[in-house]
Design a protein around this ligand. Structure first.
Ligand code: GDP
Ligand code: MG
Length: 163
């Protein structure tokens, strides 16, 4: 039995960077349902000895400000419902924003199993943002740098019980 991990969070926090790191070239597009699933990418992930399915919520990058919140909400709800566990990613350099609060609310409402990741956390510029992330009440954040391959050990530790 394997599990499905959905990476959720607002645009530009680093979701696809982590997705690409976990999937490498083993990418499949979710294209069987018209509409919102076009904006979800699914891949076969590997993290050390773990094998699982990972979903990236993509397709928000071209949204206008007007349509962004609604699209983020619908897309995220869809991904959460497909997943066993959600990795909620923040930009630790930006701190917790109003849109981040919206995601936290979606995850709480749907009683999702959440792993919190404060990304872009390489270097001390991210310290304040990592601390702020504790305030979301979603548990201890993983200090992560998807770009620099940091925090993947902590992610492994949190995913291992699901395998
Ligand atoms: P997404 O919109 O959430 O999928 O974000 P992307 O993965 O496309 O990344 C957005 C930007 O953040 C890109 O320029 C990435 O190179 C950058 N980025 C991703 N991870 C990190 C990180 O750990 N540290 C830093 N400094 N930049 C990152
Ligand atoms: Mg992306």
């Amino acid at each position: 039995m394997s599990f499905t991990l959905a990476i959720v969070g607002r645009p530009n926090v680093g979701k696809s960077t982590l997705f690409n790191r976990l999937v490498g070239k083993r990418l499949a597009l979710v294209d069987d349902t018209p509409g919102v699933t076009r904006d979800l990418r699914e891949g076969a992930a590997r993290l050390a000895d773990l094998r699982f399915t990972v979903i990236d919520t993509a397709g928000l990058e071209d949204a206008t400000d007007d349509s962004l919140q609604g699209r983020m909400r619908r897309l995220t709800e869809r991904a959460v419902d497909m997943a066993d566990v959600c990795l909620f990613m923040l930009d630790a350099r930006a701190g917790v924003t109003a849109n981040d609060q919206m995601f936290a609310e979606i995850l709480r409402k749907r009683s999702a199993h959440v792993i919190l990741a404060a990304n872009k956390a390489e270097g001390s510029a991210a310290d304040a943002g990592v601390l702020e992330a504790y305030g979301l009440g979603l548990g201890e954040p993983i200090r992560m740098s998807a770009e620099h391959n940091e925090g993947l050990n902590d992610l492994y530790t949190q995913l291992m019980p699901l395998a």
